[in-house]
Design a protein around this ligand. Structure first.
Ligand SMILES: Cc1cc2nc3c(=O)[nH]c(=O)nc-3n(C[C@H](O)[C@H](O)[C@H](O)COP(=O)(O)OP(=O)(O)OC[C@H]3O[C@@H](n4cnc5c(N)ncnc54)[C@H](O)[C@@H]3O)c2cc1C
Length: 297
């Protein structure tokens, strides 16, 4: 995403406290301890968690190994603390830019360790340059492990085929709209087209009989999912809604109270900048809020 990659822009905004304050609405903190606190808080409202160590595009094997080590620690801490939480990872953080096989082995070790602890690893989906390699790695691992899942982005034209391939291998899927700036050659530009595809893909997921995640804050997508589940007599226990930490918390709690499974994606870590920029880009109102307060800082 344009803003997320601009180093100058980053150093400019980090000078202003208001940016950091708003970032902490979407990011649970910089340490695992803070993140676990956020998970515990979510659990106390009947919400499950998925923890994400922020960071993308590791530039060296050492960085990728360090990220893997932290994910191991995350899994151990989740187990020790008895919180209801799984883990989401990004393959570029685990070395996808460096070497496919190296990245695969890193992820394999994580999934293997998660299985020994009864936990689940969700592989986030990044920009379209990584889609095929990410799916290949997940499908390869799925041959060996059940506790690994993928993400499908409704804005990509290719997603229906990818989703069908994943379903054929009985992979658990998180459906989302997609958060990266993609060219018209690969992704729908109109929100209405992405939304229509989201509904179509959501129906395929619910019809599959596999436990999937519907990742959206959009009331229209949520209503369509509820309607579809009711029409097909799929109980609320047959799938879960997922939302981002700090976004529509009211709706998260309401859905949990209505009896739906609700999981909150809880990111933490020092590399929060690109994630934060994607959240701002999705919702210009957040940016306007910051700009309004900038000069009071
Ligand atoms: C659990 C989870 C995991 C995700 N994983 C991935 C992934 O692996 N790869 C990927 O590309 N994308 C991922 N995303 C992001 C997703 O693709 C969308 O960019 C994001 O969820 C916004 O889309 P939406 O469905 O909420 O609908 P939108 O149409 O964008 O928004 C609907 C409503 O939600 C609220 N809202 C949405 N975003 C914000 C925000 N930033 N701040 C405040 N309010 C907001 C607003 O009320 C808005 O009107 C994930 C999203 C979720 C919920």
């Amino acid at each position: 995403m344009f803003l997320a990659n601009r180093e100058n822009f980053k150093s400019f905004i980090l000078r202003y406290k208001i940016f950091r304050d708003v970032a902490w609405r979407f990011v649970a903190g910089e340490t695992l301890e803070e993140a676990i606190r956020a998970v515990r808080e979510a659990n106390s409202h009947g919400l499950r968690g998925t923890l994400d160590l922020l960071g993308e595009n590791s530039g060296s094997r050492e960085d990728a190994r360090n990220a893997s080590r932290e994910v191991f620690q995350m899994l151990d801490t989740i187990r020790q603390d008895g919180v209801d939480c799984n883990v989401s990872v990004k393959l570029t953080q685990l070395g996808l830019d460096l070497d496919n096989e190296f990245c695969y082995q890193n992820l394999r070790e994580i999934v293997h360790h998660a299985r020994s602890l009864g936990n689940f690893i969700r592989v986030d989906m990044e920009g379209s340059a990584y889609t095929q390699r990410t799916l290949d790695i997940v499908l390869r691992l799925r041959g060996e492990f059940e506790n690994v899942g993928a993400v499908i982005q409704a804005y990509l034209y290719r997603s229906e085929k990818d989703l069908r391939d994943l379903l054929a291998a009985r992979v658990r899927i998180r459906l989302c709209k997609g958060a990266y700036l993609e060219p018209e050659s690969v992704a729908f530009k109109m929100k209405t087209d992405t939304d229509a595809n989201f509904v179509k893909l959501m129906k395929l997921l619910l019809d599959s009989g596999i436990y999937h995640g519907i990742g959206t804050h959009d009331p229209k997508m949520i209503a369509a999912t509820k309607r579809c589940a009711t029409e097909r007599s799929i109980p609320p226990s047959g799938f879960e809604f997922q939302m981002l930490y700090g976004v529509r918390r009211d709706l998260q709690i309401r859905l949990a109270r209505e009896g739906y499974n609700m999981r909150v994606y809880i990111p933490y870590g020092r590399a929060w900048f690109p994630y934060f920029m994607r959240r701002l880009a999705e919702r210009p109102a957040n940016l306007f809020f910051i700009l309004r307060n900038l000069f009071r800082d």
